[in-house]
Each structure stands twice: as C-alpha cells, then as structure tokens.
Write a protein that binds this ligand. Structure first.
Ligand code: NAD
Length: 445
C-alpha cells in the first residue's frame, strides 16, 4: 500500500519505518526541513533502539521523507496524521492536527481517487468526527464517506520500546466513519495477522487511548500514595507491599509448575518519583479538561495528577534528612529522560527535581546515557553541569539522586564501593538494594 505519514516525531517516524519494513511504500512528511534532511541521510532525529538500522535499510527505497505534504497525499492511498497534541494549560492544543487536516484537505481537491485520512495522534474523544472531518470537507470541497474516508487509529507504543511495540503490537484499534475506511485500515495492517483488531467508531477509538493511559497513570499515583503513607507510618517497605499485591491471582497468573507469570501491568504498580513523558501527564490533563467541558468533573484523575505533581518533591525531602541546607552541597542527579532507553525529557520528573535543587543552591551535576543534548539545551545557562560520563558526574558528589531506571546505574554500588565516606544515595525509583549503600534513602521506605 502507498502510505503517507504526516509528522515524523516518535510516533510518525517509528510508524513510517515499521510500515516500510512490513512492505508498504511510505512517504514521511514533516514541516521541519532539518529533520527531513537527517532522515533522508539515514540519521534518526530521535534516540530509539533499533530505529537507525531500519531507517538506513529502507530510506531511498521503500521509505521517502519530504516536506512536500501535497505530493505525499497525491502519491499515496492513505495518510496517517501523527503530529503533536500538547496540553495548552486549559485544554488540548489541536493546532497541529487542524493545520495538517487543512493541508490534506487542500491536496485532496486535486485528487481524483479515494483516499483515507487517519488520525494517529492522541486526540480527545470527538476530535476526528467533529473537528478533523469538517476541516477536510471544507478544504477539499468533497464529501467524507463518498470521496474520502476518515478514521482514527490510536498508537500505543512506548518510547524506548517503540520499534518492538509497533512491530509486535498488543492490539490494533481501527476506528472509522464507514466500512470503506476500516477496509483501508485493515489493508494497512494486513501483515499483522496474529494481532487482535478491534473495529469501532472513531470516538470510541479515541477514548480507548485515553482510558489506557489514564489507567496506567492511576496505578502509578495509587502506588505513590501508598508509598507515602507507608513511609510516614514507618516499618513498611512499599516494595514488599507491592510484591504482596502483585501475588494476587488477579494480577499474576500462577503457572502449572507453580511459577508466576507477572504481566507488564505490575510494573505500573510501583512507587517512585512520579510519571512524566509526552503522554501520560498531558493526556490525563486533557481528558480532565474535556470532562469539565461536558460538566463531568473527573475527581479521581484530578487526584492522580495532584499526587504526581508532588512526588518529585519527596526526593528533595529525603535528601534534606541528610542535608537540611542544600546550599553549596554537591548533588549528582542520575537519569534525566522520563523513562529509560529514550532521550525524551518532556515532563520528566528530573526537571522539577533539578529546578528545586538549583533553587536551594546545590552544586548540581547531572547525567543521562541518552538525553545529554536535550539536558544541555534545557538547562543552558542554569546552574546544572550536564556531564558526559557517569563517573565524572558522581566524582565529587556528597549526595546522589537516581531519577530514571537506566540499567547503566546498576554499576553504582561497585563504583561507590571504594569511596569512604560514601555519598548519601537517594533512590527515586527503588531500583537498587539498600544493602549496597552505606547511606540509602528510597521512596516508600
Ligand atoms: P513529536 O512532537 O515527537 O512529533 C510531532 C512531529 O510533527 C514533529 O516532528 C513536528 O515537526 C511535526 N509537525 C508539526 N506540525 C506539522 C505540520 N503542520 N506538518 C508536518 N509536520 C508537522 O510527537 P510524538 O511524540 O511523535 O507524538 C505524536 C502524537 O502521538 C501525539 O498526539 C502523542 O500524544 C501521540 N502518541 C505519542 C506517543 C509517544 O510515546 N511519544 C505514544 C503514543 C501516542
């Protein structure tokens, strides 16, 4: 199938490259000419494991990249909209989606064959039918359903695992205004023949994405609330509490040989310094705002966000048990991306932690295995020294704060083993054993 993907960020570029790997002819489009130049040169503008070899394999053959959106629409049968949908303070910002819908609509004016337009961006329920569809009709002068199809196909990939998630999805949700649109989507995903495909209308497809993210966010804040209570009560370790919860038959399947199969969901029932990233915080906020617009206050999700916004501060409180005054105290912050295996720092809990430390006058070094450039840009001119190596970062530190669960940090006990006295170690993710450190503090301990 000939496919155009509009927006070449985490979702668009990964989708484009993977669809090419599945045998489609793909044109990736972005408004950012620099990104397109990089992609054409086989250099991914983002860090994502496994992306570069696939990009190099297909670019110039089954995969093209361009800034020319009309050409991409005219030369393909289906367009996926994969631009950003940030939260703009009081509601979702659909500016980029609308812009692209208008541009696709204008291109459709010149097109005489059927074309399906599919929203892949995460958009609040109703957006595809009530916002994108009318823009397409107006800009094209044509009728949805008769001349072109409109649908919604949410993306569930996780950054850091994006290629594997796209190539081996857990589900494929296909929403559309009519059977012809769904048939185009079925053709697009025909190579994924072992995956369950759910057919819905577009609004339900949109809601499935929000429901999924809201559930994960809720589980994290639930775990953090219990961790904070356990820490206040004393003699309770939230890691053991959660292990006990995971052992429920509802949460982990007991195999015939007596072992347990722990499903991925249990990894969200774990305490830490909060969730971040380009999806969970903004999506939960957008859903709350959307609920408010139809007079349905979402009290549970409001609390989920509130708990999450306080959680980075817990790390600072643990640090202050050892250094009540942080002025001039050398503190190393490890892990800046919002989760391991990505360079994405959007809404990372590292940001409020670094800002709080800077406000207290700490002497800050920071390190991340992938987000070096992003951190340098974000903290340019600030009092944060972003280092290129882990050992340089911790060399003079009196305190170390672990924010992101990068596997590289498993080397810390050995790196610190020879130091006396050791810096105090604040484990914001309960990643490393307390017994490996002289002075250890952890969330929910
Ligand atoms: P991103 O910000 O990384 O990428 C968006 C891209 O769209 C950018 O490259 C930008 O230059 C481009 N763009 C903006 N306006 C454009 C225009 N008019 N024409 C062409 N290109 C344009 O965003 P992302 O993280 O890939 O997310 C995209 C969507 O997918 C969002 O709605 C997000 O919520 C959703 N989503 C993201 C993830 C994730 O893990 N990042 C997972 C699932 C769903």
């Amino acid at each position: 199938m000939r496919v155009s993907v509009i927006g070449t960020g985490y979702v668009g570029l990964v989708s484009g490259v993977c669809l090419a790997e599945k045998g489609h002819d793909v044109i990736c489009v972005d408004a950012d000419a620099r990104k397109i130049e990089q992609i054409c040169a086989g250099v991914p503008p983002i860090f994502e494991r496994g992306l570069e070899p696939l990009l190099r394999k297909h670019i110039g053959s089954r995969l093209q990249a361009t800034t020319d959106l009309p050409r991409a629409v005219l030369e393909t049968e289906i367009s996926l909209i994969a631009v950003g949908t940030p939260f703009a303070g009081t509601q979702i910002d659909l500016r980029f989606v609308k812009e692209v819908a208008r541009a696709i609509g204008q291109a459709l004016r010149e097109k005489h064959r059927y074309h399906a337009v599919i929203v892949k961006s995460t958009v609040v329920p109703g957006t595809t039918d009530k916002t994108v569809l009318p823009i397409l009709e107006q800009a094209s002068g044509k009728r949805a359903g008769a001349d072109f199809g409109v649908g919604m196909n949410p993306e569930f990939l996780t950054e850091g695992e994006a290629i594997n998630d796209f190539m081996n999805p857990d589900r494929i949700v296909l929403g559309g205004i009519d059977e012809r649109t769904i048939a185009s989507l079925e053709q697009l995903y025909s190579a994924f023949d072992e995956v369950e495909k759910l057919h819905t209308n577009s609004t339900t497809a949109e809601m499935i994405k929000y429901a999924s993210n809201a559930l994960l966010a809720t589980m994290i804040s639930f775990s953090n609330e219990l961790a904070n209570l356990g820490a206040a009560l004393g003699d309770i370790d939230v890691v053991d509490v959660m292990r006990g919860v995971h052992l429920s038959n509802y949460l982990s399947v007991r195999m015939p040989d007596g072992t347990r199969e722990a499903p991925g969901i249990t990894s969200f029932l774990a305490a830490g310094c909060g969730f971040g990233g380009s999806c969970l915080p903004k999506d939960v906020k957008a859903l709350i705002a959307h609920g408010r617009q139809v007079d349905v206050p979402m009290h549970l999700l409001e609390s989920v966000i509130q708990i999450n916004e306080h959680q980075p501060q817990k790390v600072i409180s643990l640090l202050k048990k050892h250094y009540p005054c942080l002025s001039d105290v050398p503190v190393a912050v490890l892990g800046l991306s919002f989760r391991p295996d990505t360079n994405d720092m959007r809404e990372s809990p590292a940001i409020p932690i670094l800002r709080a430390l800077a406000a207290e006058g700490a002497v800050i070094t920071a390190y991340d295995p992938a987000a070096f450039e992003e951190a340098r840009v974000l903290f340019r001119g600030d009092s944060v020294r972003v280092c290129e190596k882990l050992d340089d970062t911790i060399a003079d530190a009196k305190a170390i704060v672990l924010v992101t669960r990068w596997e590289d940090f498993r080397a810390l006990p050995e790196l610190l083993g020879k130091r006396h006295p050791q810096p105090v170690f604040i484990d914001g993710r309960r990643m490393l054993p307390k017994s490996s450190f002289e002075r250890y503090e952890g969330i929910g301990l």
